[in-house]
Ligand binder design. Structure first.
Ligand SMILES: Cc1ncc(COP(=O)(O)O)c(C=O)c1O
Length: 368
């Protein structure tokens, strides 16, 4: 089996894989109600919210869209903070539904510093601020807590957060930090396949929902909440992923949130160190380097596309290339969800061999 080291979908444990083939149940019956309750409560220690957690059958982009259409109206002014391609996407969704989007674009590789957010907010009178917590395309984790503090102190704007590739892997305090809507996707930190996405909606998010006039049907927060209160989904859910999530959340509770966060932090630090030992340069500003995905510059003289292709064909190891304007310039290692250090070490070994095959000379003294 290939060593899958992309930033989602991630490999999944055997007991979760077994759960995926559970026989179907009535999604409007008592077994589903109990399952929904267990899964929702299992998510809570990672979301750190007392508010509603809604479970959607869609990918991460679906709940980004849900965050927008359930809280905003056409013509609303929105500040879209973008540090990479997923930040761009969040802003583009708001624009698609008629929001007046102003952008705070940070050079890729960098994070949105709280001071930059403060300056952008001044005089803007925004209805909402959109921010990506962990920018998977660049391997940068925004300082969300500090950004939230600034948004709360300087404006009345709603804070809508894309935590698709960070929730479940790093500490996030939804209620304490004053986040109004925060979303994530099953295939990232949750040790299950793609197919589900989750959104937490706080009190100010619900107030905004009452006023919001953007069109919505499938993604409607109200429909999800009304049905969840009855122990049901509004629409037919991805039951296999729900069965898997039931098992993975038990695993995650056993490991404990603190230990999971430490495992991710240690793996990320280790990968960054191993890249330096190979003489490679990290793409992200190191102060904000992500604990779930590491982006690395393709060294001069090496073809980035050949690198990922050769690692796959010759060493059965799959890493991600750069997205959009970073195609061929960086490669990305995923270290999120369920993994063991050995798999990361094997992937680094495959990278080292591939680089050598492609003519890269590991600088003297750089190698371990
Ligand atoms: C930060 C972030 N936001 C949004 C998405 C979109 O999620 P999906 O591909 O599940 O729609 C991704 C997926 O990689 C992501 O990493």
């Amino acid at each position: 089996m290939a060593n899958l080291r992309i930033p989602g979908p991630t490999p999944i444990p055997d007991d979760v894989r077994a759960a995926l083939s559970t026989q179907m149940i009535n999604h409007r019956g008592p077994e589903f109600a109990a399952l929904l309750e267990r899964v929702t409560e299992g998510l809570r220690p990672f979301f750190r919210t007392e508010s509603d957690i809604l479970i959607y059958t869609c990918s991460g982009t679906g709940v980004l869209e849900a965050a927008i259409v359930n809280t905003l109206s056409p013509g609303d002014k929105v500040l879209a903070i973008s540090i990479g391609s997923f930040g761009d996407r969040f802003g583009a969704i708001a624009e698609t539904y008629g929001a007046e989007v102003e952008r705070l674009n940070i050079e890729w590789g960098g994070a949105a510093e709280p001071d930059a957010v403060r300056d952008a907010l001044r005089g803007g009178d925004y209805q909402a601020v959109l921010v990506t917590h962990n920018e998977t395309s660049t391997g940068v984790e925004n300082p969300l807590r500090a950004i939230a503090q600034v948004v709360r102190a300087e404006s009345k704007a709603l804070l809508l957060v894309d935590a698709v590739s960070s929730m479940g892997c790093v500490p996030i305090e939804t209620d304490n930090w004053g986040i109004d809507v925060i979303v994530t996707g099953s295939q990232k930190g949750w040790e299950v396949p793609p197919g589900l996405a989750m959104a937490a909606v706080g009190p100010r998010g619900w107030e905004a929902f009452k006023r919001a006039k953007m069109p919505r049907f499938y993604l409607d927060f109200g429909k999800h909440k009304d049905f969840a209160d009855k122990g049901q989904p509004p629409w037919t859910p991805a039951l296999p992923v729900m069965f898997g999530l039931d098992v993975s959340l038990k695993r995650m509770a056993d490991e404990g949130p603190g230990a999971i966060f430490d495992r991710h932090a240690a793996a990320a630090a280790n990968i960054r160190g191993q890249m330096r030992k190979l003489g490679l340069e990290l793409f992200a500003d190191e102060r904000y380097a992500s604990n779930t995905v590491t982006a690395v510059k393709v060294p001069t003289g090496v073809d980035g596309k050949a690198l990922t292709a050769k690692m796959r064909t010759d060493y059965d190891t799959v890493i991600a290339g750069g997205q959009g304007k970073l195609a061929g310039q960086i490669f990305r290692f995923g270290h999120l969800g369920w993994f063991e250090q050995q798999e990361l070490d094997d992937a680094v070994d495959a990278l080292r061999k591939t680089l050598v095959d492609l003519g890269y000379r590991i600088p003297a003294g750089a190698s371990a």
